[in-house]
Structures are given as C-alpha cells and as structure tokens.
Design a protein around this ligand. Structure first.
Ligand code: OGA
Ligand code: MN
Length: 345
C-alpha cells in the first residue's frame, strides 16, 4: 500500500494517480541548486479544501462552500462532503495537550512488543526503541543463526564492528519507523488481521477518545468498539498510496483517523480510481471519519509538508520542547503521525 517506484506509463492512468502526482514532493532539477539545498517544486494548492478556513467562515458568517455540509454543531462543527456520504471532517478535534500525548505514545509505547512494527520482519521484536535512540544506542546482531539483536552503548559497538557483526543505530531505526499496530495485529504481508498473534488491548484513553469522535458516524444506538489500530509514521517525502481499508467485517462502522505533526494533503477519491478525488489539508489535531459508503472510497496521502512555512508545527514544537530533552520536538518537526482506529468485527 505504500508508494513504490512507478511502473512506467502507469502514473497518469487514473484521476487518482494524476492527483497523487500533482501533489507529490518533487525537487527542482535545476543544477544550480542540486549541490546545495534541494528545492521542492512549487505545486498548485488552489483546489485544496481547507477545513480550518471553512470552519472559520462558518463560525463567523454561517457560510459554507458549495458541496460542503455541516453534520453537527456541538462545541465545534463537523463537516461532510455532499458527494461522499459517510465521510466526516472534525477540524482541530484534539487539543494541543492531547496531540502531544499521542505523539509521545506513538513513539514510546506503541512500538513496544507485542505490538509489531515494520522493523519486525528484519530485526524481530525491538523493545525500547525510543529510549535507545535518545541514548544514542546501537542495535547489534548478536546471533546470526537465530537473528537475535540487542542494544549496546555506542562505545561498545566498536567491538561489534571489529567482529563484523551487523549493526544499526537506534536513531536511524526510529527515523525509519513506518508503522506500528495496536490491539489486534494487522498482518501487512497477508493484508488481514492475524488474531493468533499476541496482543494488548488498545489503551483505554485512546479507546475513549475514538468512541467520542466516532459517535456521529455510528449507526443509531450503537457504540464504536475499537479493536485494532494502525499507526503510520511519515518522514520527508513519504506518501501513502491510494487504497481501501477493506479487511474489517462491518463497513457501517467508521475508521477514526487522527492526524499529528506536520500538515499533509489527503486525497479522498470515489469508489473507482477514475473518480477525481477531493484534496484537502490534514493538520495536527484534525480527526477524519470514514464510514458506510466512504469506506469504499479510495484515499491516500500524497504529501506531507516538512518545511517551516507550511508544516504548521510551531505550537506543537514549542509544547514538545519541554519533553524528552527536545527529542520529540526535533522528530515531529519533519514528521507526521497518523493513528487510525478500527472496529474489526
Ligand atoms: C491508513 C490511512 C490516512 C492518513 O492508514 O489506512 O488511510 O491520514 N491513513 O494517514
Ligand atoms: Mn486508509
């Protein structure tokens, strides 16, 4: 589901692919720049839905753009798109404090075994990745036959290097963390849930948060039951290709998707990749719900903004600068985290 090299000729075939290409990060080819700073190619952002602005306009003047509806005005409005029933956008659903909490959890506790991450396939389960990265530790392959790896202080790895053991620094592994799974473990190779894998329940506070925000998209009288979650970590240039999340049994239940960190572009397509997608900004603290018919709509993230001007990360960065010796703030400056929570059965 993640972006891989384009098969030549495939790139422009559908409206969805064309939109992905339009918003994706490309660098200027100009040789003047290549040796110094790579410059992102400018893109046309004029067609993007900006629910921050829409929300301001609605609160101030009660006006809405064509095709946008308000589903509920409780403390703050929830927006819908007329031709995408089952899709809900809740701008600024999470407070700054909540955003910080879930960023911290996403980097410290969520990748802890028995939860699995993209690193499992190569290194087996890795405990304490975040603390090890903070402490400049290095993961060393101790036992080649059984593929056993262990963290060492940086100084001790000199020995490992002499004996030609494989090694990789914890901070590189943290940077390359791409996903972790909470609750029922999603098996990416088979693209389904493997209920036989050991797992912890989704933390209570996250369940509660998901239930609260899911309520508006739930069938009458039913409460959302969070059973599995996928945490996606995006660094500079990372994208999430157009896909459907179709491994859950009951599509009338929403996927609750929380955005944290750098601003991104989200594409909400239709049931066919030939349908032109709606493009919109996702900011830290925004929550999106996809239920019912929207569960059948292709969606993806072609772009995250990691430059100071567009990332809209200032408040978050300063709030996080008090935590873990600025390590979280440094991480989030060029990263985005998405937690999407699902009822599997
Ligand atoms: C997903 C997904 C969207 C996002 O993980 O299935 O659609 O905003 N994520 O990152
Ligand atoms: Mn998805």
């Amino acid at each position: 589901m993640y972006e891989s090299a384009n098969v030549a000729g495939d790139a422009d075939r559908t409206a969805f692919r064309r939109a992905e290409k339009k918003y994706k990060l490309y660098y200027e080819q100009d040789s003047k720049f290549t040796r110094k700073k790579k410059l992102p190619k400018p893109i046309d952002l004029s067609e993007l839905l900006d629910f921050n602005l829409i929300s301001q306009d609605y609160n101030n003047n009660g006006v809405l753009p064509d095709g946008i509806r308000v589903a509920e005005v409780d403390s703050s409005p929830v927006f819908c798109i007329e031709n995408r029933p089952g899709f809900y956008f809740i701008p600024g659903a999470l407070s700054l404090e909540e955003q910080c909490k879930w960023i911290k959890e996403s980097l410290t506790n969520f990748p802890q075994p028995p939860n699995r991450t993209n690193h499992n396939a190569i290194y087996g389960p890795i405990a304490d990745l975040f603390d090890s990265a903070k402490d400049n530790k290095v993961l060393v392959q101790e036992d080649l036959t059984n593929n056993k790896w262990k963290f060492y202080e940086e100084v001790d790895t000199v020995k490992a290097k002499q004996s030609s053991c494989k090694s990789v620094s914890a901070s590189v592994l943290l940077r390359k963390l791409r996903w972790s799974t909470l609750g029922l473990q999603f098996d990416w190779s088979k693209r389904n849930y493997d209920v036989s894998l050991p797992h912890n329940n989704i933390p209570d506070a996250l369940c509660q948060l998901a239930k609260t925000h899911a309520a508006i998209a739930m069938p009458d009288g039913e409460e959302f039951r969070p059973e599995g979650a996928i945490v996606n970590y995006f660094g500079i240039g990372d994208t999430l290709g157009g896909h459907l999340d179709d491994m859950e049994a009951d599509w009338s239940k929403p996927i609750v998707s929380m955005s944290l960190g750098c601003k991104a572009i989200f594409l909400l397509g239709g049931k066919s990749k030939d349908d032109p997608p709606h493009a919109m900004y996702l900011r830290s603290g925004d929550v999106v719900l996809m239920a019912g018919e929207a569960r059948e709509c292709f969606h993806g993230v072609p772009r995250i903004f990691t430059d100071a001007e567009n990332a809209e990360i200032c408040a978050l960065e300063s709030e996080l600068s008090h935590e873990s010796g600025n390590f979280l703030a440094e991480y989030i400056k060029t990263s985005r985290i998405n937690i999407n929570i699902r009822q599997v059965f």
